[in-house]
Design a protein around this ligand. Structure first.
Ligand SMILES: Cc1cc2nc3c(=O)[nH]c(=O)nc-3n(C[C@H](O)[C@H](O)[C@H](O)COP(=O)(O)O)c2cc1C
Length: 159
């Protein structure tokens, strides 16, 4: 059995929901990334968009789990301004040297495969690791509890 860590950041709950659904099919530990910057409200939204666009880093709470102790680290992010969310960019930048294998998932407002592909490529570049599996969800999927795609994702991970 592979030792698996599921890491995610979620500002409004969509990515958290997917992380929880992934955990149902891929047994492992979960780590929620907590940003120390206030990203609430309209101002928080604007700041977050700008931070992501400028590929900035932020200050995140010290994670509880050490990713280097896992065979695979599954990382989930919301899309922000067609970029990786700033807290996940920070986590990947800080801990990438410990990743053995990776898989990625993301959530977004729209359902634009081009944007999703770009995010996954950016994540791959950030940690120099080819992901074992990828999956993306629109807000609509999350609201409709449409999680079918996770089965295929989990199959690749549990192989
Ligand atoms: C600052 C900001 C920028 C966003 N930019 C995009 C975007 O470029 N494209 C998109 O499809 N969704 C965008 N979204 C929507 C989020 O990706 C989407 O609502 C996501 O599911 C939120 O995940 P969460 O609930 O886990 O925080 C943006 C949201 C925020 C807060």
């Amino acid at each position: 059995m592979k030792k698996t860590l599921i890491v995610f950041y979620s500002r409004t709950g969509n990515t958290k929901k997917i992380a929880q659904e992934v955990a149902k099919l891929v047994p492992g530990d979960i780590e929620e990334i907590i940003d120390e910057k206030n990203r609430n409200g309209l101002l928080g939204w604007l700041i977050s968009g700008m931070d992501a666009f400028l590929k900035k880093y932020t200050s995140i709470k010290q994670p509880e789990k050490n990713p280097s102790q896992y065979d695979i680290v599954i990382i989930g992010t919301p899309i922000w301004a067609t970029n990786i969310s700033t807290p996940i960019r920070t986590y990947m930048h800080n801990y990438k040297d410990g990743f053995k294998n990776t898989a990625f998932f993301c959530t977004s407002a729209g359902d634009r495969p081009k944007d999703t592909l770009k995010i996954f490529k950016d994540m791959e570049k950030l940690c120099s690791k080819n992901p074992v599996a990828l999956v993306s969800f629109s807000q609509k999927d999350v609201k409709a509890n449409s999680f079918e795609k996770i089965k295929e994702f989990a199959k690749k991970l549990n192989r």
